[in-house]
Ligand binder design. Structure first.
Ligand code: SAM
Ligand code: DTB
Ligand code: SF4
Length: 323
């Protein structure tokens, strides 16, 4: 793996757009089918009342949002939704809980039973439950979970402006626990929280330096939610956004780069540019965890118009076969 310094990353990011796209597409073709898009479904299995103070998050108990909190869903309720997601063409089912960390006990046991049930449906299972110890990561893996999502969100320097209730190093420790247990790592960040371009590039450097690199990298555009401290943030420059996608693709050739939150505010043309820049995964379904996502039928129509098709092979296998 190549170690990147910030200057080199900046030089890539600042390339003339056609050159940046050309390089990103070369990398993408070496490791992925450029016409295949991974479709993931998200399900919030425990919503709201989170003790963390992430300034972007509608689920934090520190802010007054319109969110309706929901306790942990029972196994059967989640399985019903997972079946529907499978019928709808999703390859991966990702379950999120508004927890600071996983605690051993009845609730975690219930999540483990849910994970087992979803994996038995033949779906790839991803969880995002907050901080995780090594033994907890192993139990998730044994239950049939294949991927764990835990975002670094932004640069180490900007992080304390956004979250004060846990540290960057705690995030990295969870990622190490996840990797150690043999789970795939899904880790990315959010753009548009008031960070500089350098903060974004430092986030990419941080992710690209993980060894091995994350299997998937979700790039979220901030969804400004009324009541959160970031409700009034100015929207992102679309070209800055695609440049980050292309730079992520070049720095992390094998990773799935997921165009995540914020697509409802993006035009079809901008999303198409993101696919050209190397994004190859999206969340499908009209809701993310708590905020809206494009309609499934609109997404399928867009993929069709662009000649793209759902990815069926498990991404890591596909990447290994290609390279
Ligand atoms: N509580 C767990 C955690 O923080 O890891 C899992 C759920 S948390 C909601 C998952 C991720 O969603 C966060 O790391 C953040 O990157 C993203 N997210 C949350 N609110 C968002 C928003 N308003 N806009 C964009 N991304 C957001
Ligand atoms: C990720 O990076 N984005 C997804 C997933 N991982 C769990 C979550 C986006 C959440 C957006 C705000 C919401 O819907 O609550
Ligand atoms: Fe809690 Fe996760 Fe939201 Fe932070 S991002 S407030 S940890 S649910």
């Amino acid at each position: 793996m190549q170690a990147y310094d910030l200057k080199t990353i900046r030089e890539i990011y600042e390339l003339p757009l056609p050159e940046l796209f050309f390089r990103a597409q070369q990398v993408q073709r070496q490791h992925h089918d450029p016409a295949a898009v991974q479709l993931c479904t998200l399900q919030s299995i425990k919503t709201g009342r989170c003790p963390e103070d992430c300034k972007y998050c509608p689920q934090s108990s520190h802010y007054n949002t319109d969110l309706q909190p929901e306790p942990l869903m029972n196994v059967e309720a989640v399985l019903a939704n997972a079946r529907a997601a499978r019928e709808g063409g999703a390859a991966r089912f990702c379950m999120g809980a508004a927890w600071r960390e996983v605690r051993d006990g009845a609730q975690f046991d219930s999540v483990l039973a849910t994970v087992k049930g979803v994996s038995e449906l033949g779906l790839e299972v991803c969880c995002t439950l907050g901080m995780l110890s090594g033994p907890q990561a192993s139990r998730l893996k044994e239950a049939g979970c294949t991927v764990y999502n835990h975002n670094l969100d932004t640069s180490r320097e900007f992080y304390p402006e956004i979250i004060t209730t846990r540290t960057y190093d705690e995030r990295l420790t969870t990622l190490a626990n996840v990797r150690q247990a043999g789970l795939q790592v899904c880790s990315g960040g959010i753009l548009g929280m008031g960070e500089t371009v350098d903060d974004r590039l430092k986030l990419l450097r941080e992710l690209a330096t993980l060894d091995p690199q994350p299997d998937s990298v979700p790039i979220n555009a901030l969804v400004p939610v009324p009541g959160t401290p970031l409700a009034e943030k100015a929207s992102l420059d679309p070209f800055e956004f695609v440049r980050i996608i292309a730079t992520a693709r070049i720095l992390m050739p094998r990773s799935m780069v997921r165009l995540s939150a914020g697509r409802t505010e993006m035009s079809d043309e901008l999303q198409a540019l993101c696919f050209l820049a190397g994004a190859n995964s999206i969340f499908l379904g009209e809701k993310l965890l708590t905020t809206p996502n494009p309609e499934r039928s609109d997404d399928m129509r867009l993929l069709n118009r662009l000649g793209l098709h759902p990815l069926t092979t498990a991404p890591v296998e596909a990447a290994h076969a290609a390279g």
